[in-house]
Write a protein that binds this ligand. Structure first.
Ligand SMILES: *Cc1c(COP(=O)(O)O)cnc(C)c1O
Length: 340
């Protein structure tokens, strides 16, 4: 597939091999300069810690073609900092913020033809990751690391406009009370595949995870954060040390407060008190916002705004955030990083 063969309006969310990816290797206590590679395959030791002990982490962000035709990244400094926090948790070396942003920019520049044009809601999805590599067999940090950024064009998640979807609460946990829930590590994901499949087989989009300690509070909606809008218009999102700190969520908090003049609360969200919400949604980089039609818990289905229509506040949040991301609405200072 070449960029000129892509139908930007029909593009889904799937892997596509773009021309260039950035790679840097860590050895003897330091990162090499790094550079662009055209080969999409990597050859690593069969004894790499990333293969056996899950010493691996990743990030996800997007490059956008703005209304004025320029290309930019959305808050890549936040992804860099989150990756560093994740690295601290699983004893991997930091990849410095400035270098992280420059690596992302380099990948965008090298793959310029793959960046979707403005007007289709499509973007260039960027996947930075770090893995432990090198010869090792005991359980200990790897002797060497690979940091890489690759990319692919992805379509707008909702082609026909925002559509609410149904979720079901699972009995399984995605994280342990003092585990790695707040770190963006692959290890959190392997265990989520089965609960996701169980939910999907029952006709739900995904499952909702409760807090692993008491199983009474909402933590995550699949691999996205939760928010609810109360009947008197307060933006509420759960606070817990085992939730992955979503950059989309923190952006929506600021938008709710500063652009929409709403009150914001980060606090416990009890699964048996969902009647407090008029609207609910899931948020993350991939879909931005997924409106929640209903949540099924212990056999009872709680419908929010509507099973088919998106609520007015969810719509405003979505329109404002995507408007900022595509350069149609002025962004708060420091959110947009131009790629020249
Ligand atoms: C990446 C991720 C999110 C969303 O984070 P964003 O920064 O908004 O993309 C939410 N939950 C989990 C478990 C994640 O891995």
């Amino acid at each position: 597939m070449r960029p000129n063969e892509i139908n930007w309006s029909q593009l889904g969310f799937g892997y596509m091999k773009a021309d260039w990816r950035f790679r840097s290797f860590w050895k003897d206590g330091k990162w090499d300069e790094g550079g662009l590679f055209d080969n999409d395959r990597i050859t690593i030791s069969e004894a790499s810690t990333s293969l056996h002990y899950g010493q691996e982490c990743f990030e996800g962000l997007k490059a956008y073609t703005a209304k004025d035709g320029s290309i930019h990244l959305f808050r890549p400094d936040e992804n860099a900092k989150r990756m560093q926090a994740t690295c601290d948790r699983i004893l991997m070396p930091h990849y410095e913020t400035e270098k992280f942003i420059e690596a992302c920019k380099e990948v965008v520049r090298a793959n310029r033809e793959w960046v979707p044009p403005y007007g289709y809601g499509a973007t260039l999805y960027m996947r930075p990751y770090m893995i432990g590599i090198g010869d090792n067999i005991g359980v200990k940090p790897a002797p060497e690391y690979l940091f890489s950024v690759f990319c692919m064009p992805v379509g707008a998640y909702f082609k026909a406009g925002l559509a609410p979807v149904k979720f079901i609460v699972t009995d399984y946990d995605r994280a342990a009370p003092h585990g790695t829930g707040a770190a963006k590590v692959g290890g959190n994901y392997a265990g989520s595949l089965m609960p996701h499949e169980l939910a999907a087989k029952q006709g739900y989009a995904d499952c909702i995870y409760l807090d692993p300690e008491t199983h009474t509070k909402i933590e995550e909606v699949g691999a996205a954060n939760f928010f609810g809008i109360t009947h008197d218009g307060v933006f509420v999102t759960p606070k817990s040390p085992s939730i992955l700190p979503s950059i989309t969520k923190f952006s929506l908090i600021q938008i709710a407060r500063d652009y929409l003049g709403m009150k914001v609360e980060e606090r416990d969200v009890f699964v048996d008190n969902l009647d407090e919400f008029a609207e609910a949604g899931a948020c993350g980089t991939a879909a931005v916002i997924t409106p929640i039609a209903s949540i099924t818990y212990k056999g009872k289905e709680k419908v929010f705004f509507s099973e088919t229509e998106v609520g007015p506040v969810t719509r405003k949040l979505y329109d404002t955030l995507t408007g900022i991301q595509f350069g149609e609405i002025e962004a708060p200072e420091g959110w947009i990083f131009k790629v020249d």
